[in-house]
Design a protein around this ligand. Structure first.
Ligand SMILES: Cc1cc2nc3c(=O)[nH]c(=O)nc-3n(C[C@H](O)[C@H](O)[C@H](O)COP(=O)(O)O)c2cc1C
Length: 328
């Protein structure tokens, strides 16, 4: 399949694996890229820029295909060494960066100078337009269904994607709720040129996370996510568990007076505990509603081949079929 996204990134299939904290390591990024999609290493999961440089080098030993690095700009009192991470990306010869969180304006001249294509992830049309105006090459449009941070506007993809198509000139991918060939065809129909998946890629053989996490995704339904940190205007969609219930109880009790420190026990240090140790009730970790569509743990190659096969069948048979002249 050829779209502006496959052309821009030099990939066979218009499928991107979004950055995921403690999930997007070299193993997963390489597996997705080897299967013809675009794999992405999560920059901030690496503790230092030197560690990121090593992770990029490690990914290169596993794939010769293009892959990217995610840089998430978080609101933070002690910001990570962003200049160092950007340097590691440039020196590592990575040519695709997925930015998220704040707008990446400050880093654009440096990234563009190094010939890097930037895809910015955002949850609203106004942020997408801003990203386009500062020179981002593509947008990942993240609807309300998404795992992680859906923003505060709560606009689902059936509205957000066509709205993005009305306004944007640069190509964009649909992100949030994407799982299979049906998602891809729907995304294309709504104006996107591909799709970005997070949660679905966690339930793959190569995802370097604890087996219990993968099984939790297979077992979960579309009703099992919760929105946390709404009162802090830092909303995150997570899979429900005992830690999340505790957190939500604090939100109910403390109301508008709640501070980040009140919930630190349920959010800090959770990712390594869950993803590496499989401590499923450690606290809040991002998960999309799309968990309700996940029923197996294939390899990335099997998943992507299946998606592309389904997409072709839907376009060629199902959709074309609706256009057949009615039999008299
Ligand atoms: C476990 C997990 C961790 C994530 N961590 C990040 C992150 O560090 N930075 C980021 O930009 N997005 C992060 N995301 C969001 C994904 O990149 C992607 O936008 C989102 O998962 C898409 O929605 P979906 O889960 O419905 O596919 C994370 C998502 C998950 C599920």
């Amino acid at each position: 399949m050829k779209t502006r996204i496959t052309e821009l990134f030099g990939i066979a299939h218009p499928i991107i694996q979004g950055g995921m904290h403690f999930v997007g390591l070299a193993e997963l990024a390489a597996a997705v890229s080897n299967a013809g999609g675009l794999g992405i290493i999560t920059g901030l999961t690496q503790r230092t820029p030197a560690d990121l440089a090593k992770e990029i080098a490690r990914c290169r030993t596993m794939t010769s295909k293009p892959f990217g690095v995610n840089l998430t700009f978080l609101p933070s009192v002690n910001p990570p060494d962003y200049p160092g991470y950007v340097q590691a990306i440039i020196e590592g010869g990575v040519k695709i960066v997925e930015t998220a969180g704040n707008n990446p304006q400050r880093w654009m001249p440096q990234l563009k100078e190094a010939g890097i294509k930037v895809i910015h992830k955002c949850t609203s049309v106004r942020h997408a337009l801003k990203a386009q105006s500062i020179g981002c090459d593509a947008i990942s449009v993240d609807g309300f269904e998404c795992g992680g941070h859906p923003g505060e506007d709560d606009v689902p993809n059936f509205i957000l994607l066509p709205r993005a198509a009305e306004e944007l000139d640069v190509p964009f991918v649909a992100s949030g709720g994407m799982a299979d060939g049906r998602s891809l065809v729907a995304a294309l129909a709504l104006g996107a040129e591909g799709m970005n998946m997070g949660t679905r890629f966690m339930a793959t053989k190569e995802a370097p996370i604890h087996e219990r996490v993968k099984q939790a995704l297979v077992a979960a339904s579309e009703l099992d996510t919760r929105l946390i940190m709404r009162p802090l205007r830092n909303t995150e969609r997570v899979l429900n568990n005992a830690g999340v219930e505790r957190l939500l109880e604090k939100e109910r009790t403390l109301g508008a007076a709640i501070k980040f420190e009140d919930i630190i026990g349920e959010v800090a240090g959770v990712y390594p505990a869950v993803m590496q140790q499989g401590e499923m009730d450690a606290g809040a970790w991002s998960c999309g509603m799309v968990a309700g569509l996940i029923r197996d743990v294939p390899t990335c190659q099997e998943l992507i081949d299946r998606i592309m096969g389904e997409a072709h069948a839907i376009i060629r048979s199902r959709l074309e079929g609706f256009l057949e002249p009615a039999h008299s």
